[in-house]
Ligand binder design. Sequence first.
Ligand SMILES: [Fe+2]
Length: 290
Amino acid sequence: MELYLEKNKSVKEGFFFDCNNTYNTDIDVYDKTSGNIILSFKKNVIEEEYYDFDNWVVSQSKILSMDRGNAAGKVTLAGLKQHKENRKTYPVELLTRAGYYQKEGQSSGAHFRDNTGKISKRSKSNTVKSSTIGGFDKNAGHPCRLTFFTKRNIQKYETVFPISQKISELYFSYFPDNWLYQYESYSKCPEEFIIPYTNFSSITVNHDFRTASHRDKGDYKKGMTCFTVKKCGEFSGGELCFPEYDIGIDIKQGDLLMFNPHEVHCNNALNGHGRMSMVFYLREKMELCK
Ligand SMILES: [Fe+2]
């Protein structure tokens, strides 16, 4: 099925939405005005065996992150503390960069004072289970590299190559033009920082992470992001939602969603546990790595 949908431009980033119209069958969605593709969903195209990668990959999806910005929603004390309930130190007050009191729910990042009086050096977002494996381009004083845990677990990391290669093949078969644009950049990247025989450098893995409205940053602009889910428990909901189009995709293990990550997206409310999402993409500045 093909849908041409009008964009509602009033959707802001950093907020939670539930999209009303959800689909779980093959669908291509385009913007009605520009004709640009927003998403393409393919049901049941990745065989079970591809999800048999090492459990280390699943463990990476449970790493706690306080750097997900808008995707983690507006920052609150409870949001900073979540998943860290048993820790001895915990935030007691949000602060602006200049050290003044900041109200909860105002922005997606804040400094904070903890119960021992210590003030965080960097601005933080709500705590979520999310991390990136594979390559990362130059940022915040760090050189191009394989991410910290990837480098220390190369053999376990390599078990994710078959599903990456399968997804890249599917991406090429559905969107050869986008794939080839992306490949031009991929082929200039240092070999040690990319996933071989694919079109990707990196995989962001999330666990039970209901994202607020956000746009992805740092990925190759002319490409499409490839997305699948591994079932690690019992859950329902959590559909990937495009609030400006009020459409959500109920993606399950075996399914592939290709979408424009620069369109605002989020997740519907998730019930239960064990939804591990995997986002395959190429870091935009990786081709500049020497
Ligand atoms: Fe995203």
